[in-house]
Design a protein around this ligand. Structure first.
Ligand code: ADP
Ligand code: MG
Length: 256
């Protein structure tokens, strides 16, 4: 199968001095190349754990993960990770921050730097390249983080609530920008969000997780009409609210 990602019977137990926590249990799913999948579920159900395992930052207690057909044994430039916090270095300019991922991977050539400048331009940030993070808004800083993530040309993007610290309007703009950019570059994406609307508006498919331990509860395939619209317009479509209600009910009243 032409999968960008496969997660095979993944279980994670965290052991500390006080206790052992079964964070996720028996997770199985695959993501096709170019697909955009969202993972939703209540706080503590293991969403970040799963992303960390796919990113190769945690080795699962049991099970395996492959990215582009290769077993994941540690971090790799195949996978880009974007978080709620932008983790930009305050003492580095926007351009220098955007080049960080390439620099760390030892891949920063003149050509790659041109690529970064081009991405900054695409994100409307070129004229801010010599600024420092403190001079930019939250939404602009997340755009810089997106450039830094895309700069290493990952095949897969892992997005862990990247919009949740932003105000509503900025979040809507960034959703559109992310979807359009990832589609144009034919990237595969796995988004974690607690926002059901965001998941419907951005994804091709939604996986709902149950807590304690994190297990897969249900999967929703987003109808074509919503899938092919940019998130802002998807929210206006007739089928959107019915789907929202359906997924909302799946949570059985607990907060996502
Ligand atoms: P989510 O991202 O869905 O909120 P997490 O993956 O962060 O969930 O956490 C899943 C469970 O694992 C929670 O019960 C959490 O307390 C526990 N957990 C997460 N990270 C660790 C860790 N490093 N050590 C011990 N327990 C952890
Ligand atoms: Mg989390």
């Amino acid at each position: 199968m032409d999968s960008a990602v496969t997660v095979n019977h993944v279980t994670q137990v965290y052991v500390t001095e006080e206790r052992a926590t079964l964070a996720v249990q028996g997770i199985d799913f695959a993501i096709a190349r170019g697909e955009f999948v969202s993972l939703i579920g209540p706080s503590g159900c293991g969403k970040t754990t799963l992303l960390s395992i796919i990113a190769g930052l945690i080795r699962p207690t049991a099970g395996t993960v492959t990215v582009a057909g290769n077993p994941v044994n540690g971090p790799s430039t195949r996978v880009g990770y974007m978080l709620q916090q932008d983790y930009l270095f305050p003492w580095r300019t926007i351009e220098a921050n955007a080049c960080m991922g390439l620099e760390i991977a030892g891949l920063l050539t003149k050509e790659k730097k041109q690529g970064v400048l081009h991405l900054l331009e695409e994100m409307g940030l070129y004229s801010f390249k010599d600024y420092y993070p403190s001079q930019l808004s939250g939404g602009m800083r997340q755009r810089v983080a997106l450039v830094r993530t895309l700069a290493t040309e990952p095949e897969l993007l892992l997005l862990d609530e990247p919009f949740s610290a932003l105000d509503y309007q900025t979040k809507l703009q960034l959703e559109d920008l992310v979807v359009e950019t990832l589609q144009a570059k034919k990237k595969t994406a796995l988004l974690v969000t607690h926002d059901i609307s965001e998941a419907i508006a951005m994804s091709d498919r939604i996986i709902v997780l149950d807590p304690n331990p994190g297990r897969m509860r249900q999967e929703f395939h987003i109808p074509e009409e919503i899938r092919t619209s940019v998130p802002f317009e998807a929210r206006e479509l007739p089928g959107f609210h019915a789907l929202f209600r359906l997924i909302w009910q799946e949570f059985g009243g607990h907060e996502a």
